[in-house]
Design a protein around this ligand. Structure first.
Ligand SMILES: [Zn+2]
Length: 452
């Protein structure tokens, strides 16, 4: 085996899609059926990639795998990440708009269809194909290479936190981490039709905030002037009326200016001046779309509400959960303080839960790791414009980012707008031609002289 043919990569991806590795939402050990599915996936991986799996493999958390390919030196370890689990599909998938059975791994007209094709088994396969083919050629990494394959990314699981703790205990400081996140996107920016390799160089933080109001309860025929749900509703209305302050961070300025270089007309001219127009952009962007708003500020989503258990009973307690995504440059403390200041009502208790700070911003410019990323993009998608961005969603890599020199979030797979929308939705699919380019990306990255 040398460089694998894209068709062969597609066959293997389809085989992995046929093993529905859905991790249940709740924490704790896997049930028997789930454990059996992950075991089947591990068997398939060992069969497809014998050279990769001839190295030390450790079990991490519920069904995670941490594998080490020793390098000539241990000093600048590289960690490549891809998760094995996928999100569930509805029972009546056909009526939800799936053209092909989600776990059938159909290969039709140059595409591989099914749950996980993009998120994240596509990236998992091209990563492993690249390493397997290089090992087959007698290659060895200059420094230790770790492959971290989580098994509960989609249910906020512990594989990545456990792996981070384990590496920390052993004194291993990752020099470069690469995980899912951006992709080779088309149709991502107005006025720019070309391909953009968007590479996440940071990601927003997350915290849930629980608001609680205690009431006296009682019969619905004699309600008090102010009820627990009423007080809570006023607090929620104030929160939505007072969004967090908006600011355009350095990464977004870089991104807008790079895109501006490829956009014609007045919009292009405007984008190319992004750094001197930060104030204007911070005011305008939130009005244009929820996505642009999320780029410039900490966002608050009211996700859960609870009041009385019956239609004729007063609530003794009303609760709401807010899901905050914290802007890079801000912090959990600052975000929660804003909520408290806006609520300004001692009857409403404000409790943060499961906080996770925004990730540090990884190097760009002429840093060797960033340069290696750009060269690997150039080797696999020569037409694409590589740009840094701040990831709005969360990835497993946020657990490693605080201890690592550079953490990038990028899957070297082409994703059009409909394909991006199919991640976690119906008709997830990947182009076979893009799988071949994905293998080329990882091969170029791993053999880069900059990683020597
Ligand atoms: Zn994912």
């Amino acid at each position: 085996m040398t460089v694998p043919a894209a068709d062969q990569v597609a066959e293997r991806l389809a085989a992995l899609i046929r093993i529905p590795t859905v991790t249940p939402r709740d924490a704790g050990p896997h049930d028997e059926a789930t454990a059996a599915r992950f075991a089947a996936l591990h068997d398939a991986l060992r069969t497809f990639y014998p050279r990769v799996f001839s190295h030390d493999v450790e079990s991490i958390g519920r069904a995670g795998l941490l594998l080490r390919v020793p390098g000539a030196a241990a000093g600048r370890p590289v960690v490549l990440m891809a998760h094995q689990d996928v999100v569930p599909v509805p029972q009546d998938w056909a009526t939800e708009g799936w053209e092909h059975e989600p776990f059938a791994g159909a290969i039709v007209d140059g595409w591989v269809h099914g749950r996980g094709a993009l998120d994240d088994k596509g990236a998992l396969v091209v990563m492993l194909e690249a390493v397997e083919s290089l090992l087959d050629e007698g290659w060895a990494p200059a420094h230790d290479l770790y492959l971290l394959m989580g098994a509960d990314e989609e249910s906020y699981g512990a594989c990545a936190t456990e792996a981070a703790a384990l590496l920390g205990e052993r004194g291993i400081v990752p020099w470069l981490v690469l995980d899912e996140g951006g992709a080779v996107a088309t149709g991502a920016f107005p006025g720019f039709d070309g391909e953009a390799a968007v590479i996440g160089v940071s990601e927003k933080g997350i915290v849930d905030v629980r608001l609680t109001v205690e009431g006296l309860g009682g019969h619905a025929s004699t309600p008090p002037r102010e009820s627990a749900p009423g007080i809570l509703a006023n607090a929620l209305a104030r929160i939505e009326a007072h969004p967090h302050p908006a600011a355009v961070n350095d990464v977004s300025v870089e991104m807008l200016e790079l895109v501006g270089g490829r956009v014609k007309g007045p919009l292009g001219a405007l984008l190319r001046r992004a750094s001197s127009l930060r104030g204007v952009l911070a005011r305008v962007m939130p009005r244009l779309s929820p996505e642009l708003a999320a780029m410039v500020r900490t966002t608050v989503a009211i996700t859960q509400l609870e009041g009385s258990p019956a239609h004729n009973v007063l609530a003794t307690r009303a609760t709401a959960v807010l899901n905050l995504r914290i802007a890079v440059g801000s912090s959990v403390a600052e975000a929660v303080a804003h909520v408290r200041a806006v609520v300004r009502d001692p009857r409403v208790t404000v409790e943060p839960e499961l906080p996770s700070e925004p990730s540090p911003v990884s190097p760009r410019g002429d840093d060797a790791r960033w340069a290696a990323m750009l060269e690997a993009v150039g080797a696999s998608y020569p037409e694409a414009l590589a740009i840094p961005y701040v990831m709005l969603a969360a990835s497993d890599s946020r657990h490693l980012a605080p201890m690592s020199g550079a953490t990038y979030r990028f899957a070297p797979l082409r994703m059009s707008r409909p394909q991006r929308e199919a991640v976690h939705g119906p008709n997830e699919k990947v182009e076979i031609e893009s799988l071949g380019r994905g293998v080329a990306f990882y091969r170029a990255l791993l053999t880069s002289s900059r990683l020597g």
